[in-house]
Design a protein around this ligand. Structure first.
Ligand code: ATP
Ligand code: MG
Length: 390
């Protein structure tokens, strides 16, 4: 977002917001100046977003004026990771008899809510994504939002017609919302799992796969088994939750998902974060020890890990050596071609370099292929091949 966007924040607004958030006015001014607090743009410029976690307000939290005050849609809280299942689960969920296990499905995070009478899809960072918003209005049973205007759906957008995380592994034809939490506006409090299932069933929403409730005592072994099986299908892993949603959830993932992340990261090695790469390698170390693997299993893990690092590197370097440019392919499916144009402008605004191909019609919708260019890896590789130093 450019710096100019926060210029017209008026003093009266700052005063009211300071009162609402219980911050002093100088702090609010400062947050706007730094763009830690920023407006969305265009027709959604009445929606403000936190671009950074501030005083326990989650990054990606959005708010807007409503009835003389404000209404808040809390960001999705980061889920901490168990590096080993035992004793971590017993320690973290100590006092509970049972814990609920859900699949961690791999797409992108989205919140859907009614805002000033409109159904909007909000990304993890608090932007209104035009593509996801159109899909939400086409795919979801909107009656839910009339019946519960104070509730927000938290879910994962999954499937191949996906501009951010396209995956074929779920057998989804286009793209679908899989809901995993229902939370209240303002407080951000989640509904207990039982209540969530009841409501989601009633409105016919798709839900992330549930493995039910498991006794805490045997959870580590059972979850290891579940995650091994998920891994065999290239699925990501699990999120483990307190059935009452009071204690924070934990996540745990399969080796295959670590490797698949690494493949992507090393293909675009100059874009990917170093922490991102390192943490996925360290996870493999803890998993092989906890699962007490024999030499044959260990060698297999070594091969898979090594390949997921070196193969994409070799492929990227070779392509550039052969004069090709590297890019990521993605695809969207829209009802209204205008949505594709809005989405193209939206990506531009976020600084993502993407080329949109001509729409092809499919039924009463349009498919659009997108090429996302990863300039930094392209340029770095080219330069190294021309003799530049690292
Ligand atoms: P990653 O998805 O790689 O773990 P992240 O940084 O987004 O990266 P977190 O901040 O821990 O990770 O968030 C967990 C992610 O898991 C969210 O993106 C959320 O959408 C997704 N998710 C998928 N399935 C579930 C589920 N059943 N319950 C909660 N979150 C889920
Ligand atoms: Mg994810």
């Amino acid at each position: 977002m450019n710096k100019g966007d926060n210029e017209e924040i008026n003093p009266d607004f700052v005063t009211r917001l300071a009162g609402f958030l219980e911050f002093d006015e100088g702090r609010i001014q400062h947050l706007f100046e730094k763009n830690y607090l920023a407006r969305n743009w265009g027709k959604h410029d009445y929606l403000f977003r936190f671009d950074k976690e501030i005083s326990r307000i989650e990054r990606g939290t959005v708010f807007y004026e409503k009835d003389e005050s404000f209404e808040v849609i809390m960001g999705f809280p980061k889920i901490r990771r168990a590096m080993v299942l035992d004793p971590t689960l017993r320690k973290h969920f100590s006092g509970l008899e049972k814990i609920a296990v859900e699949e961690k499905m791999n797409g992108y995070n989205v919140r859907v809510a009614q805002v000033n009478g409109e159904i909007l899809a909000i990304t993890r960072s608090g932007y209104i994504c035009p593509y996801t918003t159109e899909r939400a209005n086409v795919k979801l049973n909107l009656k839910f939002f009339d019946d519960f205007p104070e509730l927000v759906l938290y879910g994962e957008m999954i499937g191949p017609d996906n501009p951010y995380v396209p995956k074929e592994i779920y057998g989804i034809e286009s793209v679908e919302f899989y809901i995993f939490d229902i939370r209240e506006k303002n407080s951000g409090n989640p509904l207990p799992i039982q209540k969530k299932h009841e409501i989601l069933d009633e409105y016919g929403f798709l839900q992330v796969r549930s493995f039910g409730e498991i006794p805490l005592e045997t959870a580590a072994e059972e979850i290891a088994e579940i995650v091994r099986k998920l891994g065999e299908e290239e699925h990501e892993g699990v999120v483990i939750k307190d059935p009452d949603m009071v204690l924070a959830p934990l996540k745990y993932t399969s080796s295959q998902s670590n490797c698949s992340d690494l493949k992507h990261a090393f293909k675009f090695y100059n874009e990917a974060g170093r922490d991102y790469m390192l943490s996925r390698i360290v996870r493999e170390g803890f998993q092989t020890v906890e699962w007490d693997e024999n030499e044959a299993e260990f060698k297999k893990r070594c091969m898979q890990l090594g390949e997921s690092i070196l193969s994409p590197l070799r492929e990227s370097i070779r392509s550039i050596k052969n004069g090709q440019r590297l890019y990521e392919e993605a695809r969207i499916r829209v009802k209204d071609p205008k949505t594709a144009t809005e989405f193209e402008n939206y990506l531009k605004r976020l600084g993502i370099d993407a080329v949109f191909e001509e729409p092809q019609s499919i039924g009463d919708e349009y498919l659009i292929n997108i090429k996302k260019i990863n300039k930094s890896t392209n340029d770095k590789t080219q330069a190294i091949l021309e003799g530049d130093l690292w």
